[in-house]
Ligand binder design. Structure first.
Ligand code: 4NP
Length: 157
């Protein structure tokens, strides 16, 4: 079973949406996966996703109200096959936290979306409700590419 951790700054906006969107893809593809999300910061630990993120997920038919924010730990670098950053700051933080012997593959989510390598999912926290729909659309493209790549790797003859 493959394991995937999505990481943003607060774990209340983008990475919970990525976790939910990736679960939709794993169900679509019949991929057996462990999925979680976390933040590089600790300000929102224990909190549910931002209500605007919850509403954006519900508009896509997914309830994320049960999720609770947590901070990335060193143990995540042993536990997860893939650790996926939502923006370049998250990526830089993950690369500096990463223990030398970690075998986790670290990438940025939009590296997995055709034509979007190196691009960030913009942080909607200080934005409007619509910005959460934009984030969902970017995230949906990234998780689709990631899930399909994992399927190609794991089902290679
Ligand atoms: P996220 O959004 O990283 O997508 O969860 C943010 C949430 C909280 C803050 C910043 C970004 N904050 O500054 O508290």
């Amino acid at each position: 079973m493959v394991s995937v951790l999505f990481v943003c700054l607060g774990n209340i906006c983008r990475s919970p949406l990525a976790e939910a969107a990736f679960r939709i893809e794993t169900a679509r593809l019949g991929l057996d996966a462990e999925v979680d999300s976390a933040g590089t910061g600790d300000w929102h630990v224990g909190q549910p996703p931002d209500r605007r993120a919850q509403a954006a997920a519900l508009r896509k038919g997914t309830d994320i109200s049960h999720l609770r924010a947590r901070q990335v730990t060193r143990g995540d670098f042993e536990r997860f096959d893939h650790i996926v950053a939502l923006d370049t700051h998250n990526l830089a933080d993950l690369l500096s936290l990463r223990p030398r012997d970690s075998r986790s593959r670290i990438s940025m989510l939009l590296d997995h979306a055709a034509g979007c390598a190196g691009e960030a999912v913009a942080d909607p926290y200080h934005g409007a409700d619509e910005d959460f729909d934009v984030a969902w659309a970017d995230i949906a493209a990234g998780v689709r590419g990631l899930a399909e790549a994992i399927v190609r790797e794991t089902r290679r003859p």
